[in-house]
Design a binder for this molecule. Structure first.
Ligand SMILES: [Zn+2]
Length: 249
């Protein structure tokens, strides 16, 4: 029989554990937080679970078994998940359709292949804390770009604006063809203008400056806004979002 006293202390323990957890993650940077959340996710829910929103196109017997297992398991867990469990679960579920990876091997012809990340890549932080170009492992100077991703899922063609994290060098590849065409167009225009205004050399300078400005502006416009609002899935705020801030570059 549960006495009132032990129930009260169980609630207190839970609250205390939550506060200790919050104090601990407050002191961590985004990448260390990611590692902690992933580690805790695995310890709470096991490695095999995938968020229910992610349906793989090809189902194997193993997947079906896995889903059945998850169903039983999460029903049990969802009875009274702790704050820590809700936090890491929300973080993990968000990661899958937040970022994609890019195949940039044909960037010169303007072809950039995109795909979702695998579970392993999500866990390692590839495409979030490591450059999203498949063949690049740069961790510094990353920025996120919004890309239009067309993919095939559950028998349907789908389209979504997703984020691609890239280092400076790879970001240039992302926009290589368009940038090249723009530069050529500008060069041609400048040549024509110069011919026309051969006598007014001051104007030429102004024009070069102006096109430089335009180019810089164009580049900035590609960078996605960081304050992009993440939709609430279950209306369960409970200051969880505060601890996910800065985790989605
Ligand atoms: Zn890179």
């Amino acid at each position: 029989m549960t006495s009132f006293g032990s129930l009260k202390s169980a609630i207190f323990d839970k609250e205390e554990r939550k506060q200790q957890y919050q104090a601990h993650i407050r002191g961590l940077n985004a990448y260390d937080r990611h590692k902690k959340f992933i580690k805790d996710y695995v310890s709470f829910y096991g490695k095999e679970e995938k968020p229910s929103t992610l349906k793989l196109p090809i189902k194997t017997d193993k997947d079906t078994l896995r889903e059945g297992y998850r169903f039983i398991r999460s029903e049990e867990d969802d009875m009274d998940p702790s704050w820590e469990q809700r936090l890491v679960k929300r973080y993990y579920a968000k990661l899958f359709k937040e970022y994609c990876l890019a195949d940039m091997s044909q960037y010169k012809s303007g072809k950039i292949g995109l795909r979702w990340r695998t579970e392993k890549e999500v866990m390692s932080g590839k495409g979030q804390f490591i450059c999203g170009n498949k063949h690049c492992n740069e961790k510094d100077g990353l920025a996120s770009y919004e890309v239009n991703f067309c993919y095939f899922e559950a028998g349907e063609n789908k389209q979504a604006l997703v984020k691609l994290v890239a280092c400076d060098r790879c970001a240039e590849k992302l926009n290589y063809k368009r940038q090249k065409e723009k530069e050529q167009l500008e060069k041609r225009q400048q040549k024509q203008d110069r011919k026309r205004n051969r006598s007014k050399s001051d104007d030429d300078l102004d024009e070069v400056q102006e096109s430089e400005d335009r180019r810089r502006k164009g580049k900035r416009a590609l960078v996605s806004a960081n304050d992009h609002k993440i939709e609430e899935e279950d209306g369960d705020s409970d200051n969880i979002d505060e601890f996910l801030e800065g985790m989605f570059p």
